[in-house]
Design a protein around this ligand. Structure first.
Ligand code: SF4
Length: 345
């Protein structure tokens, strides 16, 4: 068996920042309960690991006792949630990814200019709920071209589309083309809303999957960008399976044991889970690992200002706590073997 490890995979800068925020909050506020509004990132293991450290996840700020500390998740929140938190005198730490905040700002700006906003995305996803909340009267969610006849359009010359950051670039392209066909004067956002991490992980799978018999994506079922990676694999003709960890592998997926398997991971999936999957396949099938570099990423986001302020008050230089996402080193101990590096750019 050959395992191809796609680079980039796994943590993006937004997820790394959000996880660091909770880690730092636990350290900076010892003895205090840290509440997190919604799953900090959409990964079961990340959430369970924080729960084990005493973090309490809530789906409404009304569940947070007055005056306590609440972290807003990477997916962003609507202004109504922020107002509720203020009304309860909560200390808020906003771990919204800056690339989600960018889409929020666009929604606010276009709504102020009198545009109606067609928000391409999954209606119930936390990010879409938050973005829509910035301009609820001006925003309609479009999940598929089938939604277009039902749209309530005031002026087809005053329309803009925005997108959720973690969509499949393939699917979003189809929906946006259909919107442009229906509304030729539809305005595009000033820059792409689907984020760099989503685009790069999808591009790597799109490029490498045709060489493979199967694509394994490590990520949780509620992770939008992880699910999209399996769909991208299917679009290029290779079946994709989404697994939370090694325990979800079905050995029947490998009838000969001689398959070539691409391994990727959603932006919220920790690398130790990827390593566990590799180790199991190496042990069972004497698999080799090849690292395939499709894109090199070097992005980092600063900690939220509230947290930086607390750090300075405690004599900590926030820059010293900045963690960058680095491509992991493949060790025999963690992955079952060392890797060959083949290809890349
Ligand atoms: S997937 Fe993109 S938008 Fe979401 S947290 Fe990561 S960088 Fe930010």
């Amino acid at each position: 068996m050959r395992l191809l490890l796609a680079n980039p995979r796994g943590f993006c800068a937004g997820v790394q920042m959000a996880i660091d925020v909770v880690d730092q909050a636990l350290e900076l506020f010892p003895g205090r309960t840290i509440y997190v509004y919604h799953e900090i990132v959409h990964n079961k293991h990340v959430v369970e690991r924080f729960r084990d450290q005493g973090v309490v996840f809530v789906e409404s700020v009304a569940e947070v006792p007055e005056g306590e500390i609440v972290v807003f998740s990477a997916h962003g929140i609507s202004p109504a949630v922020r107002a509720d938190a203020d009304a309860r005198s909560l200390t808020t730490i906003d771990a919204t990814c800056p690339l989600v905040t960018k889409v929020h700002s666009e929604a606010v700006r276009y709504a102020r200019q009198g545009f109606q906003i067609l928000l391409v995305g999954h209606r119930d996803h936390q990010e879409v709920v938050g973005t829509r909340g910035e301009a609820p009267d001006a925003t309609q969610v479009v999940e598929s071209p089938d939604d277009i006849p039902r749209l309530d359009i005031r002026d087809p010359d005053k329309l803009v589309y925005l997108t959720q950051t973690t969509l499949s670039t393939d699917d979003a392209g189809v929906i946006i083309d259909a919107l442009k066909a229906a509304f030729p004067n539809l305005k595009s956002p000033p820059s792409e809303d689907i984020c760099y991490a989503t685009t790069n992980r999808q591009h790597a799978v799109r490029q490498l999957a045709p060489e493979c018999d199967l694509v394994l994506v490590v990520g949780s079922q509620n992770s939008s960008n992880s699910k999209r990676l399996t769909e991208i694999a299917a679009n290029v003709g290779t079946p994709g399976k989404l697994i939370d960890d090694v325990t979800e592998i079905d050995w029947a997926w490998f009838p000969t044991g001689d398959e070539t398997v691409l391994i990727s991971a959603g932006a919220s999936a920790p690398e130790d889970l990827v390593a566990g999957v590799c180790r199991a396949l190496v042990e069972r099938f004497a698999a080799t690992i090849e690292v395939r570099d499709v894109f090199k990423e070097d992005v980092a986001f600063a900690q939220p200002s509230t947290l930086r302020k607390v750090m300075r008050e405690r004599g900590i230089d926030p820059a010293s706590r900045q963690i960058r996402v680095r491509p992991p080193t493949i060790t025999r101990e963690a992955y079952g073997t060392v890797a060959l590096t083949i290809g890349g750019r």
